[in-house]
Design a protein around this ligand. Sequence first.
Ligand SMILES: NC(=O)c1ccc[n+]([C@@H]2O[C@H](COP(=O)([O-])OP(=O)(O)OC[C@H]3O[C@@H](n4cnc5c(N)ncnc54)[C@H](OP(=O)(O)O)[C@@H]3O)[C@@H](O)[C@H]2O)c1
Length: 242
Amino acid sequence: MQRVLIIGATSAIAEAAARRFAARGAAIHLLGRQHARLQAIADDLGTRGARVSIGILDVNDVDEHGQALDAAWTELGGVDVALIAHGTLPDQDACDASVDLALREFETNGTATIALCAALAQRLRAGSTLTAISSVAGDRGRASNYLYGSAKAAVSAYLSGLGQRLRPSGINVLTVKPGFVDTPMTASFQKGPLWATPDRVGRGIVRAIDRRKAVVYLPAFWWAIMYVIRAIPEPIFRRIRL
Ligand SMILES: NC(=O)c1ccc[n+]([C@@H]2O[C@H](COP(=O)([O-])OP(=O)(O)OC[C@H]3O[C@@H](n4cnc5c(N)ncnc54)[C@H](OP(=O)(O)O)[C@@H]3O)[C@@H](O)[C@H]2O)c1
């Protein structure tokens, strides 16, 4: 039975991935900060075939990470897949106006994720997978969301190095880079042809875990889009509004 730990488990993308694991009869431990919402997701996953437990964790309480992970290990008897999915989409203008807010948002989207990866890397064993949801936004800083993008860039770079370090131990590190996904995080955005459903992205995450990939763009066409965006010389990129 696959043992799956999901952090930020109330995320719509995480829930979609969890449903795929549940259909396989996995044991799943959900960590998040809202008990009622976690319980509702756990009940649903239970009806889909999973054995589910929950724990409370606000990822910004870094001092609590160790205890929450230890409880997850006890509950599952070890972890085969760890998926970090929490995140916020900060208002860039508000972050420009408040250094405190900018640093808090960086902490949630960057520092907390890196702290969790470091703690998970100490616990995971050969054959397991450590996955975190970064973003295409981390591939290049854009005027509209560079605080979020810089936190995701830090996560992507950290995972790249961690993946190199852990490869000889048989632990795979997977960086997930979604494009636009229709979730509560993006509820106020106008949707268009580039948008994907959480289910499509959740399916892609589980497939990439199964295939022990290092990086996955979801949907896959974002790889081509970001290839072009990364190739634009900085002096030209600076004149574009994205
Ligand atoms: N949606 C997109 O277009 C998109 C694109 C690229 C990458 N991503 C990334 O995908 C991941 C999942 O996001 P989503 O799209 O599924 O959005 P979502 O449904 O809004 O999920 C985000 C989740 O993060 C949780 N969270 C935020 N701060 C937290 C904290 N301090 N402690 C614990 N949990 C916290 C939220 O929990 P609460 O329920 O308690 O608020 C929420 O469940 C994020 O890392 C996001 O950056 C999303």
